[in-house]
Design a protein around this ligand. Structure first.
Ligand code: DAH
Length: 339
């Protein structure tokens, strides 16, 4: 029995020594110490050993087992260490490599232009308000003195959702919402998205943005309108900017005008940018029509006001000298990064 155990131990140690992988060592463990292993077989054959010899043999088996286990564990630990060291060598991190750049987004040119306009009007004491993009016919047309047969109401121009509900074609409806709040005086601008049934080209899009303005107080005159918008133009396009008002027609203002600014590229002498005229059109404006005031429960005998509306994209295109509106919506990072 003793020789048999010695032989088992020798075999086991030899196999351990000959192993060059963790899997092989694992096999050794199974072959010698496992349930069906050589040492377990010896234990099972104890019944053939004379009873008085059993404790001795049992002790011998246990000692053999302990020895094999110890050698096996040491070998496994060593093998694991070698494996880990090899792996670490393979996975060295070169801390001197340049870091991967994180792309941080930034404001869209439209948004930069909007914040600029907001900044100027906030500086003049205006409040910034938001109106709904989905409107009823009443706010988008009727309350703005636009009659039922007006061409702007045509389905060719306006996106209708159903019945009287539509996507606003202008931010002017926000004037009505603010007047309905019943708090006077009013000094507000309302930036926001508007929708028109237009085809996409260099200057049109079915969805774009406007900034509306409304001032209502006692004794507001066209002089206030002129002074305010001239100041705004100087802030936005530079101190030497001049403004010019051309008569126009809007249903919700009377009188109405369009405002041009002197070309900030050539100073007004005429260039490619202003198409030779020296002037660039930037907004519509006028004195709020008495009908509009009355419909929103404001007495036109007591209060007067002016309003204006401009296209935000147009301002952004002018300010950044972009010649195609589509560039603003294509989300090409190479383009957007420039602003
Ligand atoms: N809502 C007009 C448009 O979409 C722009 C406009 C013109 C707004 C004159 C106004 C205004 O408030 O007084 O063309």
């Amino acid at each position: 029995m003793k020789e048999k155990l010695l032989k088992i131990k020798e075999d086991a140690l030899k196999q351990i020594e000959g192993s060059d992988a963790l899997e092989m060592l694992n096999d050794v463990r199974i072959n010698f110490l496992g349930k069906k292993g050589a040492l377990t077989a010896v234990l099972k054959s104890m019944k053939d050993v004379a009873p008085e010899d059993r404790p001795k043999v049992g002790q011998l088996v246990n000692e053999t087992r302990a020895e094999i286990e110890k050698v096996l564990d040491d070998a496994m630990k060593k093998m694991e260490r070698i494996k880990r060291e090899a792996q670490m060598k393979m996975e060295v991190i070169d801390v001197t490599l340049p870091a991967r750049k994180n792309n941080v987004g930034h404001r869209h040119p439209n948004f930069i232009a909007m914040e600029e306009v907001e900044r100027i009007f906030i500086g003049m004491g205006y409040e910034v308000v938001e109106g709904p993009e989905i409107e009823t016919d009443y706010y988008n047309f009727e309350a703005l003195n636009i009659p039922a047969d007006h061409p702007a109401k045509d389905e060719q121009d306006t996106f209708y959702i159903h019945g009287d509900i539509l996507l606003r074609t202008q931010t002017s409806g926000t004037q009505v919402h603010v007047m309905e709040r019943g708090k006077l005086p009013i000094r507000m601008i309302a930036p926001g998205r508007v929708f028109r049934s237009d085809e996409v080209d260099a200057t049109h899009s079915p969805s774009f943005h406007q900034i509306e303005g409304l001032v209502i107080d006692k004794r507001i005159t066209f002089a206030d309108l002129k002074g305010t918008l001239a100041e705004f133009a100087k802030e936005l396009f530079g101190a030497s900017t001049r403004v010019k008002f051309r008569p126009h027609h809007f249903n919700f203002t009377e009188p109405s005008a369009e405002m041009d600014v002197s070309c900030f590229k050539c100073g007004g002498t005429g260039c490619r940018f202003c198409k030779g005229s020296g002037w660039i059109e930037i907004l519509g404006c006028g004195m709020v029509h008495p009908n509009v005031l009355r419909m929103s429960n404001i007495d036109p005998e007591e209060y007067t006001g002016f309003a204006f509306g401009m296209g935000l994209e147009r301002i952004a295109l002018l300010k950044y000298e972009i010649d195609d509106m589509r560039l603003l919506y294509e989300n090409d990072i190479r383009f957007l990064k420039q602003f």
